[in-house]
Design a protein around this ligand. Structure first.
Ligand code: AMP
Length: 459
């Protein structure tokens, strides 16, 4: 399948795709669209950036157009559940873009904004409702919405919904849907809990999968800087000053940490803004729009808030904190190198995070080239066995220079050659298949540091 025409989508949709300059379907679209057109249930393993939104939105729009009927008051025909407000907004935008030549009524039901406008939007019924689970249930409880005429349910980023503690909300929602319906579930990873959920919710599903990180990760220049915890803020400033940055996304583990990083950067004269769950919806949208436009070039985010941010042209992803879940690392670095661009991912790793790096390297089946900025007293005698020591482009820090001056020239040369060798291996390595060590999955792993979040803490 090489062209959108092969799917025999409604002409109005094909026209919109041409206007969007989509020349050919992506692999997830090639696999998913024909199956959804046949009204089969689908479990799709794909992450953001693979084109999965169009993979489900296009055949759904086609079906709505082919079976147009007046909407039923306070109800929707297609329900799309997504974990975050940002992702929900982007999904709605996609439906509107691809359906711009169709008469499709679409609405958004997300938390963080007043319910009034959402209640009014649902009054006469809609074709497509994109929602976060909590707000959807509030609308159902408030009699603003009934779910008994839903024909198609889409669960997007199912693994993340689980991580965020939405599982009970999802079960409650599914219990209110008609038993006869089409169900499409998309997830970046397939932990056991997702397999179980799929078995309960889907009917004889077709499984489609793309190895998501592969094309992007091959183009990502990954680097690790070993640091002392206290030195992280200073080293981050140096990195940002040294690198040629178009747009950088900096990840922290906590919202508080994100704010601290922003304060540190602003103090150093570097304009930056944060996006996380404590910000109001308006603030988040304003910050995101500024980042998209390039008015803010440095955005600091938590994983949950960053999920679903769909911004092209991110030249750098910086892990201020190394994630304890290896899959999260893959999600994070996948934010750069999108749309064929090249990207750089830099991780600042302190002593406590070294174990997380080992897990990440196991998952991605490669070692990340590392440079060492720790105070000399804290360095091990030899480098860590699987990480090459690479000098930063601007030359070694004073401590490193001192250390090198004690070494012989031959040793220095070997060190260098090893670095180059590792770097070229990385450039040529066909990036991983998604590989989760047996018995370890996101749902089991995440609570080590981030137990299920209270609703007030969710993004
Ligand atoms: P998604 O994975 O759905 O978040 O999509 C990632 C990005 O790819 C979005 O910016 C889409 O607009 C874009 N996109 C999706 N499908 C195609 C396609 N077939 N050709 C070009 N761009 C696409």
């Amino acid at each position: 399948m090489t062209s959108f025409h092969d799917f025999r989508l409604n002409d109005a949709i094909t026209r919109a795709l041409a206007e969007e300059k989509y020349l050919a379907p992506t692999p997830i679209q090639t696999q998913t669209i024909p199956v959804v057109m046949e009204k089969r249930d689908v479990i799709g393993i794909a992450q953001t950036g693979t084109g999965k939104t169009a993979a489900f939105a296009l055949p759904i729009l086609h079906h709505l157009a082919a079976n147009a009927r007046p909407p039923v008051r306070k109800s929707c025909r297609v329900l799309v559940l997504s974990p975050t407000r940002e992702l929900s907004g982007q999904i709605l935008d996609s439906f509107r873009a691809y359906g711009r030549h169709l008469r499709i009524r679409a609405a958004l039901a997300i938390g963080g904004v007043s319910m009034g406008a959402q209640v009014r939007a649902l009054l006469n019924g809609v074709d497509v409702l994109v929602a976060t689970p909590g707000r959807l249930l509030d609308l159902v409880k408030g009699n603003a919405l009934r779910l008994d005429s839903v024909e198609c349910l889409v669960l997007d980023e199912a693994d993340r919904m689980l991580d965020m503690g939405f599982i009970n909300d999802i079960r409650k929602i599914v219990a209110k849907l008609p038993a006869v319906r089409q169900t499409l579930m998309f997830s970046a990873t397939m932990p056991h809990a997702i397999t179980e959920l799929a078995a309960q919710m889907l009917r004889d599903p077709i499984r489609v999968a793309v190895s998501p990180a592969a094309p992007a990760a091959e183009r990502i220049d990954q680097r690790l800087i070993r640091v002392d915890r206290a030195a992280k803020p200073g080293i981050l400033v140096e990195v940002l000053q040294r690198e040629a940055i178009d747009r950088a996304l900096i990840f922290t583990r906590t919202k508080h940490g994100a704010d601290k990083v922003v304060r540190n950067l602003v103090r150093a004269g570097i304009a930056a803004d944060a996006i996380h769950g404590n910000k109001s919806q308006n603030q988040r949208e304003r910050v995101l729009a500024a980042f998209r436009k390039g008015a803010v070039r440095i955005l600091v985010a938590t994983d949950i808030a960053a999920r679903g941010i769909d911004v092209d042209g991110i030249s750098h992803v910086i892990n201020f904190d190394v994630p304890n879940v290896p899959e999260t690392y893959v999600h994070r670095i996948g934010r750069t190198a999108r749309a064929g661009a090249e990207g750089i991912a830099i991780s600042l790793c302190d002593g406590e995070e070294a174990a997380f790096v080992r897990d990440i390297e196991k998952l991605i089946r490669m070692s990340i080239p590392a440079s060492d900025r720790r105070a000399p007293a804290r360095r091990p005698e030899t480098s860590s066995g699987h990480s090459a020591s690479v000098r930063p482009p601007s030359g070694p820090p004073p401590a490193k220079r001192r250390q090198q001056s004690h070494n012989g020239g031959a040793h220095k040369q070997r060190h260098h050659d090893h670095s180059r060798e590792t770097a070229s291996q990385i450039a040529s390595i066909g990036f991983m298949q998604r590989h989760t060590p047996a018995g370890r999955d996101v749902a089991q792993h995440e609570p080590r540091r981030t137990p299920h979040l209270k609703r007030s803490e969710r993004a």
